[in-house]
Write a protein of this length. Sequence first.
Lengths: 540, 187
Amino acid sequence: MLANRKLILAHFWLAFAVFGVALTLGAWQMFIRSPIGTWLSNPELYYRSLTAHGTVMGYVFPTLVAMGFGYAISESALEQRLVGVRWAWGGFWLIVIGSIMAVIPVALGRASVLYTFYPPLIGNVFYYLGVVLVVVGSWIWVALMSINLRVWRKANPGAAVPLAMYANVAGSYLWAWTAVGAALELLLQIIPVAAGLKATIDAGLARVFFSWTLHAIVYFWLMPTYIAYYTIVPRAIGGRVYSDSMARISFILFLVVAMPIGMHHTFADPMVGAGFKFIHSAFTALVALPTLLTVFTICASIEIAARLRGGRGLFGWIRALPWDNPMLLALAFSFIMLGFGGAGGLINMSYQLDASIHNTQWITGHFHLIFGGAIVIMYFAIAYDLWPHLTGRDLIDLRLIRTQLWLWFIGMIVTTFPWHWVGILGMPRRMAYFDFGDPAIAPQALSVTLSAIGGFILLSSGILFLVILARGMRAPQAEAGPYRFALAVHQPATVPIALNTHALWVALMIALTLTNYGYPILTLAMTEGTSVPAVYVGAQ
Amino acid sequence: MSAEDIHGSAEVAARVERRWATIAVIIIVMMALLAAFAGIHRATMPQPRVETTDPSRIHLSGEFVESNLGSVLEANGNVTVRAIGQQYSFTPACIVVPVDTPITLRATSADVVHGILIQGTNINTMLVPGYVSEQLMRFARTGDYLMPCQEFCSFGHEGMWGKVKVIDKTDFAARAKAGGRLSCVGQ
């Protein structure tokens, strides 16, 4: 059993509770703008809901999962007492306070700016302050992860840092630095205007700042999932990690190249020139590398498990895998969704192809498939795997868990595939309703209806997930033993210093961000006459 | 397993891994090279230049004053379309252009961030207040196209739909003879 059960459970329960609320809002949004929904008399309600859904799913939910999982990793992988438990609770309460502070103006319709902010639209200042508090709370976690690793290093000089902790700390550094883009946008640009200290804002510069956060944040969401791929799944199915060093290389590649690529979100924007658009496009291609390496290493790792179970043949071993094991099922679903989502992502980041799908429903379909699908299904798996160690009780109903995972997978495919399709037809994002009576829009009606049905399948799966966890709190007691991570085939006693520390890679991450963002940001900041009057939400 | 076996299998593993990593790198380099080639050789690329404009003055002077919005036939036979987006409509709300003609779309926003997307084509650009967006386009077929705003621009976003009417070249030339800026608003 883990020592800091309360701390970790608090993070997970808050994460999954807000996830449940945001999921319900999401399903309602899918329904209300579909042909089976009733015409919404007040479209503004849709944008309130959309702002809440995005803010929770983008900032609060994954951050809490990463934090809770990070504390569990620090304690169990390093096998040492967690340093700074009081600070950890402080960070948790900052997130609680920040979330409440942000949600009130959103619920009142005073901050319907969506989680991507979109200045010169300006909402109530407490919405932005709330988001800042959430980020500050998570930065405490970043510091604690670093401190705990340092304490361990002192006690174990020269020893190989366990892979789970090495990756966890890489993920925390990634988050600390990627959040800086949005933090600069909020602190230097938006909050002074929202507080009434300034009346104009440079919308182009704000978009560049936000792009710094907007892409790498996805890799922060991804980190717990990849850590689960490498360090939980092989152990859970009786395999070994194919290569410890390849795993480390994948994580540091994420750290270095996830950041200086965000401008592929601004291909269609007028405030960035062709040169930097191309550089960011090329770097985005590079970020496919750690994923390609991961797919290889994980497939090889589960092949080891299958062969140890007597699997034979070129592909025959796949049948020998323990398919009734929820971890394997989650991994398989996650990989399928990662494959489709990744292929779609290559189109989005393409210098040329992006124009055909930019800001269409294709994009919404894409990130729901990657984040809601490939990433979140592994959050479920992480929770299932950790739960007995947090509650001291068994999760006994494996069939129910498998049903939940199947429903999530089916729901995500039914939701996102038609969603991609209507995007190709040119359906724009983020609209409260569509006039399906228009002959030019009518052909999209069937696809949108399918997506809405998928949304309800996802909702049912989400409810089932919460039920399973809640039932797990009341199951008969059972000692789960210490929480362990997968071992590599060749478990290293020592690793090269570059793969055992983060300093070099953090330096590279910062340097590449400066080279890829420094010039565009400086020139925009120095260009006169691009600040425009703020448009206050709710003031019209 | 003996120590020798372990050593041997580690070498095999490293070799397979290196091969896969090489393939992955080649795929990625190929993608970047293709994009560079298409960008340079075929000039297919996102908007290359940065141009600014003051949105608080665009209705008073400069190329985006109301009387200058719409389509105009240039001396070289090309067409220039100027448009603005504002909460919650485009001006002109209906853009008329000739088929099979190189067209330059120049547009900006008068208030918040908007976007122009012409359905059934790959014409797609953001309108950011303070900056001018420029897109080259060419329509192969006549007909009506929907042109929704593709970026959230506050509570009336869902009602911000414009239209593009692509007409015959000779029809367009005849209309352009009268001078002024063409649009299909009210037609």
